[in-house]
Design a protein around this ligand. Structure first.
Ligand code: NAP
Length: 253
């Protein structure tokens, strides 16, 4: 990470799902650019580790994005401690590959909606009033390239990720009068616990050969997109979905 770029100095960012994988890396990237970061995750120990790795400029918050009153109370308490939130990254998510339509029961479907879609909506609801008051804000939803081409055997996941891309356009329209920019990052395949647990290392490595750029993305490939959307350089960019995927979607992966 480039520690000389301090473009987010003075900003407060909140990243959900910050205990592992990409969320943890987004926290490191935003903090390296000077932001004070609130790292929120279900796993108290994991998020404490993320905060410890950064030091003083990171506040660890343990909260479940599916428990809406607790989530919103935790966000309010964190903002009281470190200041109003300028940048929200709705990253918390669960995977769901390898499930045929007939195998997705109601409990599995509801859990997918609760974490990947509803959690992002209500985290956003919690930060919007202070953004409106200060006429400034950046909301970044983490969607997926599956929202662009669909995903067989993960239709409930792809639908929730499509909802996250869909929220972007509506929220961008609704919030533009307050100078709040709303965009999404839709990553291609990245090696994290989510993908290791759902499709496995062999399949992940195999996909690299199908991707035009000949490799899968790194954590930084996605965090750079998030940091750019969080920066002043994209103040006039809203309602967009940016997909770092090495060309996967242009060849239909
Ligand atoms: P990951 O390693 O599994 O990380 C997801 C994080 O979200 C974990 O720290 C997890 O905490 C947290 N989380 C899950 N449920 C939560 C809840 N109810 N409340 C609070 N936190 C919760 O996954 P990842 O691959 O980094 O994925 C990050 C985001 O990118 C997700 O939205 C995912 O859908 C999206 N994405 C991933 C890929 C990919 O190829 N990896 C591609 C496209 C999009 P615990 O581990 O403690 O449960």
């Amino acid at each position: 990470m480039d520690n000389s770029n301090k473009s987010l100095q003075g900003k407060v960012a909140l990243v959900t799902g910050a205990g592992h994988g990409m969320g943890r890396n987004h926290v490191m990237m935003l903090a390296s650019r000077g932001a004070t970061v609130i790292a929120l995750d279900l796993d108290r120990e994991a998020v404490a580790k993320t905060a410890k790795a950064i030091g003083g400029e990171c506040l660890a918050v343990a909260a479940d994005v599916t428990d809406i009153p607790a989530l919103q109370a935790a966000i309010a308490e964190a903002a009281m401690k470190v200041g109003p939130i300028d940048i929200l990254v709705n990253n918390a998510g669960i995977g769901g590959q390898g499930l045929a339509i007939e195998d997705i029961d109601e409990t599995t479907f509801d859990a997918m909606v609760a974490v990947n879609m509803k959690g992002s909506f209500f985290a956003t609801q919690a930060v919007i009033p202070a953004m409106k008051e200060r006429r400034y804000g950046k909301v970044i939803n983490i969607s997926s390239n599956f929202a662009m081409g669909g995903a067989a055997f993960a239709s409930h996941y792809a639908a929730c990720k499509s909802a996250l891309s869909g929220f972007v356009k509506s929220w961008a329209r609704e919030l533009a009068p307050w100078n709040i920019a709303v965009n999404a990052v839709a990553p291609g395949i990245i090696e994290t616990e989510m993908t290791l647990n759902s499709i496995g290392k062999e399949r992940i490595d195999g996909m690299a050969t199908e991707i035009p750029m000949g490799r899968i993305g790194t954590l930084d490939d996605i965090s750079w997109a998030v940091a750019w959307l969080a920066s002043k350089e994209t103040d006039f960019l809203t309602g967009q979905v940016l997909s770092p995927n090495g060309g996967a979607t242009i060849v239909g992966i």
